[in-house]
Design a protein around this ligand. Structure first.
Ligand code: RFL
Ligand code: PHB
Length: 394
């Protein structure tokens, strides 16, 4: 079958938040792009993931023309709770960072707003694109082939943005000898529940002898809760009643008294992993977001790092197309990796501080306890947490 041939400036693999945000930013500068997404739009919107946005992420969504609903409905948070030893402690993020905040607004809603903006601007997204393959990556004229609706397609382009997540094809298309990877897999996962019950006023991260727990939200009436669980846990072993029992045991009494329980509308288990592939550029192919790096969710950094990668890459592509300079493209990987590694460090540290590890002996437990005590007794220590939590400068 002869393929349908077309051409674009930037082929974007993956229509998650990084692909959609990059597509919108390019679109607004008149840079032609096509997004190829393996799944359907509904499937992408069905994935319940991140909830906490840094200011840089909000800024990029504004620049993409997608922040109206976020600005109206997003919950601006000035602080976050840390629960341990039966007590709820508060970190005043706003005061400790000279006025910075985080915004609680679900990844599902970010994705919905980006999809809507793309449809309005006439940008092309090919959903349910299968057998996506990258070709001629060594030369100056890369191509992407794929199947859609029983038809073969071939897309010629100047650049390819690999925004296709950890399991995507982009990173795997780079020869192994040209990529260095770093990985840590944690010996537990997070069991998450979404429920239409009133939310707490702020997030609460809990360290308890039964394991970590997190109280989060999507809106004042929709809550998101997590408990640490074995990574191979069977979801069917967790009816709602067991989940709520476990959560209530892991938080301090004040937080427990504020939690309203109810039927779950979604329940899933996520493994925890730290991962970085470098460099983020292979000739005309760039890795962006989860395709290049994974953080454990404890620091709320995954989606925000995807947005900062998109920031660096979109600026580099603007320089290339609008000023005919390759300087930004040459520097993309270095700039993005410098911020990525700091977020990897913070996410690893938050994970180590708040979880119970199977191999933890009495000495490391005592050190963890001392670190929590130190955090709550030292403004300097709290400032370090707050500065990283709101997001380091880009
Ligand atoms: P995504 O979202 O994985 O999107 C990649 C897209 O590529 C498609 N795809 C392909 N398309 C074409 N061809 C192929 N061969 C393809 N292979 C895959 C996929 O279908 C998909 O649509 O990556 P992206 O865009 O880089 O976005 C990254 C974020 O999704 C991720 O980092 C965050 O969700 C991580 N995360 C959090 N991040 C935060 O910043 N704050 C948080 O509070 C937060 N909480 C979380 C999280 C992730 C979690 N899970 C489930 C891993 C909480 C959880 C529980
Ligand atoms: C969430 O609301 O899903 C969430 C919030 C904070 C995190 C991770 C996940 O650190």
């Amino acid at each position: 079958m002869t393929p349908i041939k077309s051409r674009t400036q930037v082929a974007i693999i993956g229509g998650g938040p990084s692909g959609l945000l990059l597509g919108q930013l390019l679109q607004r500068q008149g840079i032609d792009n096509v997004i190829l997404e393996a799944r359907s739009g509904d499937y992408v919107l069905g994935r319940i993931r991140a909830g906490v946005l840094e200011e840089i992420t909000v800024r990029k969504l504004r620049e993409a023309g997608c922040a109206a609903r976020l600005e109206a409905e997003g919950l601006v948070h000035h602080g976050t709770g840390i629960s341990f030893g039966g007590t709820l402690h508060r970190i005043d993020i706003h005061a400790l960072t000279a006025g910075k905040v985080v915004t609680v607004y679900g990844q599902t809603e970010v994705t919905r707003d980006l999809m809507y903006a793309r449809a309005q601007s006439g940008g092309i997204t090919a959903y349910e694109a299968s057998d996506v393959a990258l070709h001629d990556l060594q030369g100056s004229a890369p191509r992407v082939t794929y199947q859609q609706g029983g038809q073969r397609h071939e897309l010629a382009c100047d650049f390819i943005a690999g925004c296709d997540g950890y399991h995507g094809v982009s990173r795997r298309s780079i020869p192994a000898q040209s990529l260095r990877t770093y990985e840590r897999v944690y010996p537990f996962g997070w069991l998450g529940v979404l429920a239409d019950v009133p939310a707490l006023p702020e997030l609460v991260y809990a360290n308890h002898e039964r394991g970590f727990a997190l109280c989060s939200m999507r809106s004042p009436t929709r809550s998101r809760y997590y408990v640490q669980c074995p990574v191979d846990e069977d979801l069917s072993a967790w009816p709602d009643s067991r989940f709520w029992d476990e959560l209530l045991q892991r938080v301090d009494p004040l937080t427990a008294s504020r939690i309203v329980t109810g039927p779950s509308i979604e329940k899933s288990i996520a493994p925890l992993r730290s991962f970085v592939a470098e460099p983020l550029r292979y000739n005309r192919l760039f890795l962006v977001g989860d395709a290049a790096h994974i953080v454990p969710p404890t620091g709320a950094k995954g989606l925000n790092l995807a947005a900062s990668d998109v920031h660096y890459l979109s600026e580099a592509l603007f320089e290339q197309y609008l000023e005919r300079s390759m300087a930004g493209i040459e520097d993309y990987s270095r700039k993005a990796l410098s911020r990525i590694w700091k977020a990897e460090r913070f996410s690893w540290w938050m994970t180590s501080l708040l979880h119970r590890f199977p191999e933890q002996d009495s000495f490391s437990l005592a050190l963890q306890r001392a670190e929590l005590d130190y955090l709550m007794s030292s403004e300097t220590a709290q400032r370090l947490l707050a500065e990283n939590y709101v997001g380091l400068p880009v």
